[in-house]
Design a protein around this ligand. Structure first.
Ligand SMILES: CC(=O)N[C@H]1[C@@H](OP(=O)(O)O)O[C@H](CO)[C@@H](O)[C@@H]1O
Ligand SMILES: [Mg+2]
Length: 580
């Protein structure tokens, strides 16, 4: 214990509020920022141990992604830039929840269980998003690393995928790229410019893209990157953080869940637009048509576009590589049908959370994975990359083969294979549309989404809901799945499921049906079933609140409207009385 005296003393500066229990969820810890100082310190400790164990650099990203600005969170990044191994998530939860006096015992337990040699050096890369709380929280991470004698490099403000990229570059000794923000811009922009040479006649209009930066880090980084793209992409940046609040009525999550454009964006009819989320690891595209109808190109559409493009190139290059698309239960039924029936690619479904999709995608030569919300990337196996590189160098390849394989090679360099990356995905999409001469409308027409709806329900303990079959069926509480099954039967082409969120204290409800009215009504009925059978708290789910935005926010709005109307009625009543 004596060797940890420094840790113990430092930990007193980052005390754990007694009784506070948090869990390493879908994407790390997330909570109100004011509850996270001790978590950050402890994740600094854990990252140092993980670095000693793996003899590699580990990443710690301070962000709460799409959550409101008042929240924050932290994710750990493993040596190849992937999410931390699942077994270490348990260590993270144990360490985070240890009361002050048992912190060192918990630390020693991990060291013993993982047989960590404490004489190994440790190196941790740290990054943060633009939340007001991120500065002091990332300092707490630094304190944790330093108190265990680890070395750290603080990248300051970076997107989550940029930090994943840095970690991978470092641990591959630069093979993946150079571990600087500039290195990231250079690698991606070089590949993008190579790809767009294959679409030489694009007009300025076609190069124009309206980007909603969610008032977050993605906007800052997009500004920095612009010059590297040499006008081959002409970004019109909105919600750049100069005025609005992070993720407030904007950003990828808002657009996907509300199925409407963000505020703060001027969209011409038919114009190609996209939204990043708060830490720029997700992207969705959209446009409004001449009738003002909103069309969303979500993660499913992105996955379809990219896999179609890659499949075509594989055929042209004569490469026999297996391509698969990984989705979650949130994937629109139409996308799955299109991929399986028309494109004839393998589709597999995993639990929500990139770590699950990533691992599934690693099983294939080329694994394209996208969550419906726009979080995803493409993984190329080592063997696939080798075959592609060999063909690039093959002097006997004919022109068609040469072109296809060169495109594949540049696409590999443009994709951030460590994790979903809004900037990298955006450049891939822009390149694919340019090369294939497709407009956003052509892309939209590949298949038509089934109308769908997502709701949130507050319950006293969301862990009462346990699921199976990649979260498509609820095992507990008793009777819930039966209730969902009988509700689904009332609608055509319908499907619905519920699961506890891993990032917010809510139960998520998803429904799709042949009409929007049907999807809305099914989602509402399932929400009521959750509320009644899974311990709902507060008012019963209200269809109007759910449809019209974040439910806390609209509940507040409706309260204000109610107060305003009541005051007016009273005034009118008093006036009438006075006139009498
Ligand atoms: C339905 C949905 O969009 N869920 C999101 C959300 O997870 P939840 O566990 O549903 O809160 O945040 C995750 C992290 O960003 C993301 O991976 C996931 O797809
Ligand atoms: Mg995110």
């Amino acid at each position: 214990m004596a060797q940890f005296e420094g840790v113990f003393q430092k930990s007193k500066l980052h005390p754990k509020p007694g009784g506070l229990m948090l869990q390493y969820g879908t994407a790390g810890f997330r909570a109100q920022a004011k509850h996270l100082d001790h978590i950050m310190f402890r994740m600094g400790l854990l990252a140092t141990l993980r670095s000693k164990k793996t003899k590699s650099t580990i990443g710690v990203m301070v962000t709460a992604s799409h959550n409101p600005e008042e929240d924050n969170g932290v994710k750990l990044i493993d040596p190849m830039g992937e999410m931390v191994a699942a077994s270490w998530e348990d260590h993270a939860t144990q360490l985070a929840n240890a009361e002050q006096e048992s912190l060192l015992t918990e630390l020693e337990n991990i060291i013993e269980k993982e047989t960590i040699d404490m004489n190994e050096p440790a190196s941790v890369y740290i990054g943060k998003d633009t939340r007001p709380s991120s500065g002091s929280l990332s300092q707490a991470v630094v304190d944790g690393v330093s108190s265990l004698g680890g070395k750290f490099h603080d990248y300051g403000l970076v997107t989550t995928p940029q930090l994943h990229y840095m970690v991978c570059c470092r641990n591959t000794n630069g093979c993946y790229g150079s571990a600087t923000v500039e290195g990231y811009y250079q690698k991606l922009s070089h590949a993008f410019l190579q790809l767009t040479q294959n679409a030489p006649n694009r007009t300025d209009d076609q190069k124009r893209l309206v980007v909603d930066g969610a008032n977050g880090i993605g906007a800052l980084k997009m500004r920095e990157m612009e010059a590297f793209l040499r006008s081959e992409l002409q970004v019109v940046l909105s919600n750049d953080g100069s005025r609005g609040k992070l993720n407030h009525l904007c950003g990828a999550d808002h657009v996907k869940v509300q199925q409407k454009p963000p505020e703060g964006l001027t969209m011409g009819a038919g114009e190609r637009c996209c939204s990043f989320d708060g830490d720029a690891d997700r992207i969705v595209y959209y446009y409004t048509d001449s009738d003002g109808r909103f069309h969303l190109q979500d993660g499913d559409k992105i996955g379809t576009l990219i896999s179609t493009y890659l499949k075509e190139l594989l055929t042209q290059a004569g490469l026999d590589l297996q391509i698969a698309v990984v989705q979650t239960a949130y994937a629109n039924g139409s996308s799955t049908r299109y991929l399986e029936d028309v494109m004839k690619v393998t589709v597999c479904c995993t639990k929500t959370g990139v770590k699950h999709l990533h691992h599934a995608a690693q099983q294939y030569d080329i694994g394209v994975y996208f969550e419906a919300n726009g979080h995803g990337t493409v993984l190329f196996s080592k063997a696939a990359q080798k075959q592609i590189l060999e063909l690039v160098k093959d002097p006997n390849a004919n022109d068609e083969k040469k072109r296809a394989v060169k495109l594949l090679d540049n696409t590999i360099n443009l994709i951030n294979q460590t994790v979903g990356d809004a900037i990298s995905d955006m450049l891939v999409i822009e390149a694919v549309l340019a090369i294939r001469g497709m407009s956003v409308q052509d892309w939209d027409a590949i298949y038509t989404d089934l109308p769908n709806r997502q709701f949130k329900v507050k319950v006293s303990d969301r862990c009462v809901i346990d699921t199976t079959d990649a979260e498509r069926r609820a095992v507990t509480p008793v009777g819930l799945q039966e209730a969902i099954d009988s509700l689904v039967k009332k609608y055509k082409q319908a499907r619905a499921f519920v699961r506890p969120s891993g990032t917010e204290d809510v139960v998520r409800v998803y429904a799709e049906a042949d009409t929007q009215k049907g999807a809305d009504s099914l989602a509402h009925e399932v929400s009521l079933a959750v509320y009644r059978l899974a311990g709902g708290v507060g008012d019963e789910p209200n269809w109007f609140d759910n449809i019209n935005g974040s439910f806390e926010e609209t509940t507040m709005k409706s309260k204000w409207v109610f107060l305003f109307v009541s005051i007016h009625i009273i005034i009118i009543f008093v006036r009438c009385l006075l006139n009498l």
